[in-house]
Design a protein around this ligand. Structure first.
Ligand code: NAD
Length: 438
């Protein structure tokens, strides 16, 4: 394939070296003449394991040319990989200056190109950039249409500095956000041989998932380091602890707990987080990330409250009250807190939860509910149909299939249904379903 690569920094230079190694003709483009001269001389513009040998080899192959002229590169290739920098601006926002200037330049080049061209954005871009910002610039500058005369797509880059070439050859996966088949097919031809999944998605999801990956990595490192600081202060071996934590591949290193939903609660997580934060305080150890988890969880609960208040109705039916489906444990259930808040604001609440039988609640569970919802006896109904019949807004906090089927049967078109469990098929509900943040 004939490929142009814009931006020959850590990402672009490695792509240039690996693609030409694999037999493609590559045109490297940068505004930095020094980088171009180094590449033309078979030298690497970045310090990276394996790049010295690789660059010497590809320069000798004659498959690499370099230029500062964007138009020349667009005309001389069928696909452009855009890898220019997107650093932080002073206020923390993404500085897209280089990207915006380049988009206009590429658009002007496309204005006079007759063959279809694929532009693959590989730089990290805040969600919405390709479709809302770059596409209009390119369409205006070229006078042509995305999806007809040229094709835009977004393919996040996952390589890590220090092991870039190895990561290029064995990425965790290939993700392509695209609105058309053509660029996906071309990228499959280019990267389909790699030993990983090839996943197609929307452009915005591809943009966002790159941020999620980096944020998740940062979160993991910080979690390990906060844990280590606390372990250090307690005389516990942090390596032993984290090794044990990582050996649980059911709940820890797994998909568990990574599905968006409602706030967490229950008899363990909140109290153990509080105890951890307190322990750290008594040892003068700062663990700001872990200490702020409960505050973030509270934000999630407040979002549900705001949604209900915004609906402007007073009769609220809770379908599910315990902290998760399949238990009668009401301790620190976010649904109990939500009901408590609404009662404080004068809302009329009715509750149905197939697991919660007030007469059989015992011990700490009974005490918790007596303290937080002392009049719960007047709110709980044994018949789900009665709760639904009396409600203007339904708060769905149970994902029991039988409960969902009953809600689908009984709910009415004028009701709002606040979905806290992420219904698989919201369309089966006659009520107006609102996801919490989906
Ligand atoms: N560095 C990494 O490990 C890594 C990994 C994944 C994703 N990313 C993302 O990839 C992008 C590039 O990162 P990087 O570390 O390679 O950046 P970098 O700063 O090392 O390189 C960017 C290059 O773009 C060039 N450039 C700027 N404007 C240009 C233009 N108009 N035309 C041609 N070239 C131009 C610069 O001169 C520079 O050589 C960023 O969005 C980054 O977030 C980086």
């Amino acid at each position: 394939m004939k490929i142009s690569i814009f931006g020959l920094g850590y990402v672009g230079a490695v792509s240039l070296a690996c693609l030409s190694r694999d037999g493609h003709d590559v045109i490297g483009v940068d505004i930095d003449r020094t980088k171009l001269d180094l590449i033309a001389a078979g030298k690497t513009p970045i310090v990276e394991e394996g790049m010295v040998d690789l660059m010497a080899g590809v320069a000798a192959s004659g498959r690499v040319t370099v230029t500062t002229d964007a138009a020349e590169a667009v005309h001389g290739s069928e696909m452009s990989l855009v890898c220019v920098g997107t650093p932080s601006a002073e206020n923390g926002s993404q500085d897209q200056g280089a990207m915006l200037r380049l988009a206009a330049e590429m658009g002007r080049a496309l204005a006079v190109k007759t063959a279809p061209h694929v532009i693959v954005f590989r730089s990290t871009l805040v969600p919405g950039t390709v479709e809302d910002v770059l596409r209009p610039i390119i369409e205006q500058a070229s006078g042509k249409r995305d999806g007809q005369d040229f094709f835009l797509c977004f393919q996040p880059e996952f390589l890590r500095e220090g092991s870039s070439i190895r990561d290029y050859d064995k990425p965790p996966f290939t993700v392509v956000g695209a609105n058309h088949d053509h660029p996906v097919e071309r990228l499959q031809a280019l990267f389909g041989h790699l030993p990983c999944k090839f996943l197609r998605t929307s452009v915005r999801s591809a943009e966002m998932m790159k941020y999620c990956c980096n944020n998740f990595h940062a979160l993991k490192i910080t979690f390990a380091n906060e844990t280590a600081r606390l372990c250090g202060a307690l005389g516990v071996d942090p390596f032993e602890v984290m090794d044990l934590v990582c050996q649980d591949t059911q709940l820890n290193i797994s998909r568990a707990y990574l599905k968006p939903g409602f706030a967490f609660g229950g008899s363990c997580l909140p109290k153990d987080l509080r105890a951890t934060a307190y322990l750290a305080k008594t040892r003068d150890v700062a663990i700001p990330m872990m200490a702020s988890i409960l505050a973030s969880n509270r934000e999630h609960l407040d979002l549900a409250l705001a949604r209900i208040v915004k609906a402007g109705k007073r009769k609220i039916g809770f379908i599910g009250l315990s902290f998760k489906t399949g238990t009668d444990d009401l301790r620190e259930s976010p649904l109990v807190t939500l009901a408590e808040q609404l009662i404080g604001k004068g809302y009329q609440i009715q509750v149905y939860d197939p697991e919660v039988h007030l007469a059989s609640l015992l011990g700490a569970n009974k005490n918790f509910i007596a303290q937080h919802l002392p009049h719960i006896g007047e709110m709980v109904r044994a018949d789900i149909a009665e709760v639904i019949a009396n409600a203007e807004v339904l708060v769905l906090g149970s994902n029991s299939p039988a409960v969902i089927a009953a809600v689908a049967r009984e709910c009415r078109a004028e009701q709002m249904l606040l979905d806290l469990v992420k219904l698989d098929e919201p369309g089966v509900m006659r009520a107006q379903v609102q996801g919490l943040c989906w």
